[in-house]
Design a protein around this ligand. Structure first.
Ligand SMILES: [Zn+2]
Length: 92
């Protein structure tokens, strides 16, 4: 199988660019430990805000987000991150 764009140099450059920004996870909002091993569930991964399966651009910087590996894989193909609505229970 040839031509997986994730193995290409532009994609790796995009990963390096995103990694260098040391951003928190865009899904859960917590910091990412950029020193963790890539197989660690809380390590950095490049996520796409608009999933590739929905037409998102693989190499578009504006579509690239930093995410924990765990958060990224649990999100699947949803377009928006799962949010727990925190609603104060108001009882009068
Ligand atoms: Zn996260």
């Amino acid at each position: 199988m040839a031509g997986n764009p994730r193995n290409g140099r532009p994609y790796r450059a995009l990963c390096a660019w995103l990694r260098s920004q040391r951003l928190p996870c865009w899904l859960c909002g917590h910091n990412i430990d950029y020193n963790l091993d890539a197989r660690h569930p809380l390590s950095f991964t490049l996520d796409h805000e608009q999933p590739l399966s929905r037409g998102g651009a693989l190499l578009d910087k504006t579509n690239a987000r930093a995410a924990h590996r765990r958060c990224n894989s649990s999100k699947g193909n949803r377009t928006t991150p799962p949010r727990q609505p925190k609603r104060p229970t108001l009882r009068w």
